[in-house]
Design a protein. Structure first.
Length: 234
């Protein structure tokens, strides 16, 4: 049993920023949101600072490392994913709930290249986003098991097989982003049909273990050579 992730401690209420400082912060967030959505998590923070028309030192004063910036931008999306998992768990029809959760997860992947990167990455233990993702997985796993109990989800798959959906969607979303931005939905529903109990055939390989899935996740690393291990474990 893996240990529960530790959420970041609540931050003390910050003093209101001066008007110019607030303007700089807002400009940094807007530039980072655009850069991450288009380029992924490896987007240059120097480029973000230029787009925001601030010095790189100003960016680091507001966000001391990349993870701080990522969490500021993506906590709302992590919360959205958790909401989808809770909605799915509340549905009487577990198959409908299972499909609802995966559809929302893939939609979030499709809308933002950085979020697409995040769901295939290993977040540091202290990251708030990791805690939200783990809680969403717990809720989704409950829905997964109920769907098997209801006889609509094939009994020989495990929740770790959902990783195949995420990984394959990551590549499809990136490959079709500019030519057919909703093509991912066709692939998702082909995959969902393969999960149906009525379509089950014997599988040639055993499922991955949770440890194997975890080992495939790429630890987030800082592309800036001189800023330290800003994505390192606590």
């Amino acid at each position: 049993m893996c240990p529960q992730p530790t959420l970041s401690a609540p931050r003390a209420a910050a003093r209101p920023l001066r008007r110019d400082a607030q303007r700089n912060r807002d400009a940094i967030l807007a530039a980072a949101r655009k850069a991450f959505a288009e380029q992924g998590l490896a987007a240059s923070l120097e480029g973000v600072a230029r787009e925001a028309d601030v010095a790189i030192g100003t960016l680091y004063r507001h966000f001391p490392n990349r993870l701080d910036l990522v969490e500021e931008l993506f906590t709302a999306k992590f919360t959205d994913l958790l909401d989808a998992a809770e909605e799915a768990a509340a549905m009487d029809d577990a198959w409908e709930g299972f499909c609802h959760y995966l559809e929302r997860l893939c939609q979030l992947q499709a809308c933002d290249r950085a979020f697409n990167d995040l769901v295939s990455a290993r977040l540091p233990l202290h990251a708030l986003g990791r805690g939200l993702i783990e809680r969403a997985k717990e809720m989704a796993t409950q829905t997964f098991r109920r769907a098997q109990e209801q006889g609509v989800l094939r009994g020989d798959v495990t929740y770790q097989d959902v990783a195949f959906v995420i990984w394959s969607q990551a590549g499809i979303i990136q490959a079709t982003r500019t030519v057919a931005p909703t093509a991912w939905r066709r692939h998702l529903h082909l995959m969902l049909d393969a999960f149906r109990a009525e379509c089950a055939h014997e599988l040639p390989e055993p499922p991955l273990t949770r440890q194997q899935v975890d080992e495939t996740l790429v630890p987030l690393e800082c592309p800036e050579a001189d800023c330290g291990d800003c994505f390192g474990e606590a």
